[in-house]
Structures are given as C-alpha cells and as structure tokens.
Write a protein that binds this ligand. Sequence first.
Ligand SMILES: C[N+](C)(C)CCCC[C@H](N)C(=O)O
Length: 288
Amino acid sequence: MPVEEFVAGWISGAVGLVLGHPFDTIKVRLQTQNTYQGIVDCIRKTYRHESVLGFFKGMSFPIASVALVNSVLFGVYSNTLLALTATSHQERRAQPPSYTNIFIAGCTGGLLQAYCLAPFDLIKVRLQNQTEPRMQIGGSEPRYRGPVHCAVSILREEGPQGLFRGSWALVLRDTPTLGMYFVTYEGLCRQYTPEGQNPSSGTVLVAGGFAGIASWITATPFDVIKSRMQMDGLKGRKYRGMLDCMASSFRQEGIGVFFKGMTLNSARAFPVNAATFLSYEYLLRLWR
Ligand SMILES: C[N+](C)(C)CCCC[C@H](N)C(=O)O
C-alpha cells in the first residue's frame, strides 16, 4: 500500500489549515451564536474583545489532528482508486480513471475521515465558541482551559459518546461532498492539461480552489446542523437528535439558517484547498 499519499496528505492538510483558520472561527461563531449582525460585525467584535489571538482559538488541536484526518482522506482515496482501477498515482495521468470511480473513492475517503475528524472537530468548535478574552485578570474564566481540558471535561460530563455528538451530520456532510471534491479537481485538471501530461502549478491551484468551493457550498447545510449538534450538550440538551435540530432550526430561523457561513466557507475554501492540492501534488512528484 503506497504510504506517500498519507504523508503528502498530512503535510498539505496542515498548510491549508493554518491559512483557513481565521475564516473558520468567524464561520463557527456565526453559525452557532445569534449575537452577531454579520461577518464584519463578528470580525470587529472578535478583534476588539480578544485581539488577533481570538481568530486562532482552537487551532492547536486541528493542527495535530490534520495529520490523521487529511492523511486518511488522501490515503484512502488514492488506495481505493488503486483497488478500483489498478493504477497508481503516477500511472493515472496516462490512464485516467472514470469519474464514477473517482467519486466512489472520494466518498470512501470522506466517510472514513469523517469518523476520525468527529472528536477533533467537536473540540475545535467548543473552543472557538468561547468568547472570553484570554489572560484577563479578574475577567470571567472560560469554560474550557484548552483542548485537553475540554476533551477530559466532555468525557467526564457527557461520556465518550459526547465526543461524537454531531458525527452523523458530519458523515452526511463529508461523504458525498468529498466525492464531488475529487471529481471537480480531476475534471478541472483534465480540462486544462494536454493529454498524458501533469497539470501545471497554476492549474492545480485553480482546480484545488474550485474543488474546495464546490464541495463546501454543497456541504454548508449539514455543516450548520453539525456545528449546532456539537454545541448541544454544553448546557443541557436542546435537540433530541439531528432531525429535531434541523426541524427546530428551520422553524425558528427559516430556510436561511441552512446557508449560514456559506460565504465564509467558500472564501476559506479557495486558499485552503489550492494550497492543499499544490503541496500534495508537489510532494508526490518530489518522491517519485
Ligand atoms: C467536504 N467538506 C467540504 C466539508 C470538507 C472538505 C475538506 C477539505 C479541506 N480539508 C478543507 O478544510 O477545506
């Protein structure tokens, strides 16, 4: 089983992650708290109250976990394609796999990575939603002191299943949309690359960026539900389950609720996924 894909997936995921984290924090806050008027208001309040550090809340844990999560995504994707088409990453330029196989491999990678991602993502969301400024003497103490304290508290108060709250919504968010992610990436690369050649860096950047946008736009409705389910449980349970969360969010806030954070998800998706695919392709060519 080729391991390069796992390592390349890990490094490229980390590069993308740091770039996109400030967008992500603002998005999570807009999706789960109703105290902001919009993107600009949320940025302004976060900055005024918590300084630049506020935008990077909850990042250390994803950095550690992206190793696992992105390497599972790219590693499983590539190895599923290998199983389906009997071609390795290098051979795929000469013998391009069908879009159906790419979609199946992407969904498989998406499904498995969603399970690895679930607890890390939950901790990230809980930390991002703590709006108390850091290091303020006499100020109110945040509920969680950091990722480890957060994990231990959840385990103690909500049990192991507490760490997987929202994981159904996460699986539904990621499985089809990651299939689409790889189909969009491959489709755009093929469109702009002469047959049998490797795509240029510019093509990889643009194809990666648009693959990210396409998959995030379709993923946003389940992303909102996922974030809300993850925050549920912090102060008692508000929702009886995923369907109840969807119904009650819709009832209270209308159809628009399912598109909360879409602009930010798309704005974040371009740089993050352009950087992810460029470093992934670059590393694999380097090791060939
Ligand atoms: C499928 N969905 C769009 C939800 C996630 C796509 C993940 C790709 C990349 N790690 C990123 O954070 O943008």
